[in-house]
Design a binder for this molecule. Sequence first.
Ligand code: ZN
Ligand code: ZN
Length: 169
Amino acid sequence: MRRSGSISSVCSSASEEDTMQIFVKTVSGTSTIPLTIPSTTTISTLSTLLALRHNLPETDLRLVHAGTHLSTPSATLDSLHIPSNATLHMALPLRGGMPPKKIRCSFKLCKDAAQRIVGDCGFCSGHFCGKHRLLEDHKCEGLEDCKKESHERNAERLNSERTVAIKGV
Ligand SMILES: [Zn+2]
Ligand SMILES: [Zn+2]
């Protein structure tokens, strides 16, 4: 059995080892990386390799083959029956591919989607939509504490807390 030589120019390393060529589409889908690797390469090795190349956080990198997430880090290309010249896709959870789970507004009856980052409340650790993201608007549990103190005293407290935090580092 001969491995296909139709894409021969990319890499012609000796084929004594059981290597195979695969192609990996980048997250943006604009370029394809040819890789010649042993068929015993694990998914975790492969994603480490790709993460390093692209300065991506390794933990965020997902590999997809034929619409299936390769989610077993210890599985080898061989064991996953990924054929030579297969194209894998790099995917990041936050961009493209599978959309992240929508977070709903934490406010009682609200069914809106929570806003990312700006909708997070640091006082009650809730996630809120645009209408409820202000402390007053979601009747924040942390608000009670805030109200007890005047704005000045609150600022003072924040300052001293910050100093403590710095000292504590
Ligand atoms: Zn809401
Ligand atoms: Zn809150």
